[in-house]
Design a protein around this ligand. Structure first.
Ligand SMILES: [Zn+2]
Ligand SMILES: [Zn+2]
Length: 340
């Protein structure tokens, strides 16, 4: 029997799940981001401005969905170039969830965001949340995010200068950024498949997304433009807030810098993938045994089939195109694949 790892029905919606606007340190207004992304074929943008959740439901229409979100940070010291930090995005699962998570009435809100501070609704019964750069505090922030109905992502570990000793202690994220385009454009090695594998090998059953984290300080035709380079393709029945966030929670998506993954299913012990034109399709397993299919000279490579073994830990597929761009599926743990 076929087990569809990307749902058989519905359609793919192109999403940028990490974005900054003039509500924080981005250069484009929320409306301008919507127009630019729609023009490039996107249906979904999560507005993840820093510090405060500012809802943008007014931008949602029949062909565009604005997800309400915020990016929070917890660092050793603000704006210090030698210090580590941890950034996470909280994407509201419901459109009317405007909870300010891990909120402090005085601290952690800077710059443009100050204009919104007195406008946000704060539950007076919740005490101020003090941040401290410890794994316990990061885990606690991620837990609070989850508990209050958010999809929690762990962002750009390379730019943050975090390493295994840091992120291996983090619990409660739903997903991590396997690719952050803004970081990559700036010059960081922000394609992070090894961080994803590190977490998966610890049996953290998390998902992976690719995002822009755009701030748009450069025009769209500039090579340093940080838009349209990392996206998440979400498969769902319709473009409706809750349907899309349900698809996020269910892992019905893949992450990409360019290539498309059209189909992914498991059948009779084998993983099958269909993609756009590729140079290489790899199945990573969480062990030293990795399987790859290479394009043969003069031929096209658009599909691959890999045998999955019971002693593989998990499987995830990476499609690499002729430009060296990657598309990455989520990881599927072997015990769950073989269960009914
Ligand atoms: Zn960040
Ligand atoms: Zn950001």
């Amino acid at each position: 029997m076929k087990k569809y790892l990307l749902p058989q029905g519905g359609q793919f919606y192109k999403a940028n799940l990490h974005c900054h606007t003039t509500c924080s340190d981005g250069k484009l207004s929320p409306e301008a981001v919507k127009e630019a992304y729609k023009e490039k074929g996107y249906s979904i943008v999560a507005y993840t401005d820093h510090f405060l959740l500012v809802p943008h439901n007014e931008l949602t229409d029949d062909s565009f969905l604005a997800l309400n979100a915020v990016e929070l940070d917890n660092g050793q010291e603000m704006h210090h170039k030698y210090k580590k930090t941890c950034h996470m995005c909280f994407i509201a699962l419901e459109p009317d969830n405007v909870t300010q998570v891990c909120y402090h009435r005085e601290k952690y809100v800077r710059g443009n965001m100050l204009q919104f501070r007195d406008k946000v609704k704060v539950d007076e019964s919740v005490p101020d949340f003090e941040r401290e750069y410890t794994s316990e505090c990061v885990c606690e922030m991620m837990r609070i995010g989850r508990e209050h109905g958010f999809f929690v992502t762990y962002n750009h570990p390379t730019w943050s200068m975090e390493n295994y000793g840091d992120y291996s202690k983090y619990e409660n994220m739903h997903a991590m950024e396997i690719y952050n385009h803004s970081g990559a454009v700036t010059g960081f090695a922000e394609y992070n498949p090894q961080v994803y594998d590190d977490l998966l090998r610890q049996d953290k059953r998390i998902l992976c997304i690719a995002t822009d984290d755009n701030h748009n300080s450069k025009p769209f035709d500039d090579p340093r433009c940080d838009s349209f380079g990392g996206f998440t393709m979400i498969k769902a029945d319709k473009l409706e807030y809750k349907t899309i966030t349900d698809a996020l929670l269910a892992g019905n998506f893949y992450a990409s810098q360019g290539p498309a993954i059209e189909k992914l299913w498991f059948e009779d012990g084998k993983l099958h993938v269909k993609s756009s034109a590729a140079e290489k399709i790899t199945m990573t397993t969480g062990t030293r045994k990795v399987r790859s299919a290479f394009r043969e000279k003069g031929k096209r490579l658009t599909e691959a089939t890999f045998e999955v073994q019971l002693d593989d830990k998990y499987v995830r597929v990476t499609v690499t195109d002729k430009h060296g761009l990657h598309a990455d599926t989520n990881a599927y743990f072997v015990d769950e694949l073989f269960s009914e």
